[in-house]
Design a protein. Structure first.
Length: 239
């Protein structure tokens, strides 16, 4: 399986997605400072959703999850949707390897890349922000070790969620044989998650529980979609 995953990395230009992730990280770093400074711009009560480290962690992680879920869907369109179209599928099916193993390697590569890219991006952003806060704080309150551990926990939960949303969106796009459908599905699913989470940001316990529950749902859905895709590929016929 590792050989197949390495082959997928060679066949596809992953460098493009690495660059996209780096650019995303820089932009997201700007957002975390924007969130921290927002309550100082205007005393408007609506801007108080950005007040406090815990709120910033939740809102930043939600935005990051939506961005990387979309990036994941874009990668899947290249690794999966485009690969199983017309002549490309004929070439793919000519390999002396089980079809489901090839598909699984594609899913695994994008899944792991999404998780790793988002985790590194978030931890870098949080790390730089934490250092600057220790020098010249923008947020009222103390940046404790407990807050930093929560940032790590929320990051891992959101990274898994983003990767699973990408798989679910791919399943929808695969059925429709449509690249735009895949990307739009990822955006809509991410928006649904963010709307659910946004309503619980004021309560840390409720927010964390909601994110864990939603992650569990996406994991189950992602596994179901992956199994469905492998079955479809095994019985797929190309004219």
């Amino acid at each position: 399986m590792l050989k197949l995953m390495k082959l997928e990395l060679k066949r596809n230009n992953v460098k493009t997605y690495v660059i996209a992730s780096v650019i995303t990280c820089i932009i997201m770093l700007g957002f975390i400072y924007l969130f921290a400074y927002a309550p100082h711009i205007d005393p408007d009560p609506d801007l108080q959703i950005f007040a406090g480290y815990n709120n910033i962690i939740s809102l930043f992680s939600m935005l990051s999850m939506a961005v990387f879920a979309t990036l994941s869907a874009i990668m899947y369109t290249r690794f999966v949707i485009d690969e199983y179209k017309e002549k490309r599928a004929i070439l793919l099916f000519s390999y002396p390897i089980q079809r489901d193993r090839i598909l699984f390697s594609k899913l695994a590569v994008v899944f792991l890349f999404t998780m790793a890219a988002m985790t590194v991006c978030n931890l870098l952003a949080f790390g730089i922000f934490s250092i600057s806060e220790s020098i010249s704080p923008l947020v009222d309150g103390v940046l404790s070790a407990q807050t930093i551990l929560r940032a790590l926990k929320v990051t891992l939960i959101m990274a898994v969620t983003a990767a699973e949303i990408g798989i679910v969106a791919t399943g929808i796009g695969f059925v429709k044989k449509s690249v735009p459908t895949t990307i739009v599905s990822a955006v809509l699913l991410s928006s649904l998650f963010c709307n659910i989470m946004f309503n619980s940001t004021s309560d840390i316990t409720k927010s964390d529980m909601a994110s864990i529950i939603f992650m569990g749902i996406t994991v189950i859905a992602g596994i179901a979609v992956a199994i469905m895709l492998m079955k479809k590929v095994n019985h797929m016929e190309v004219e």
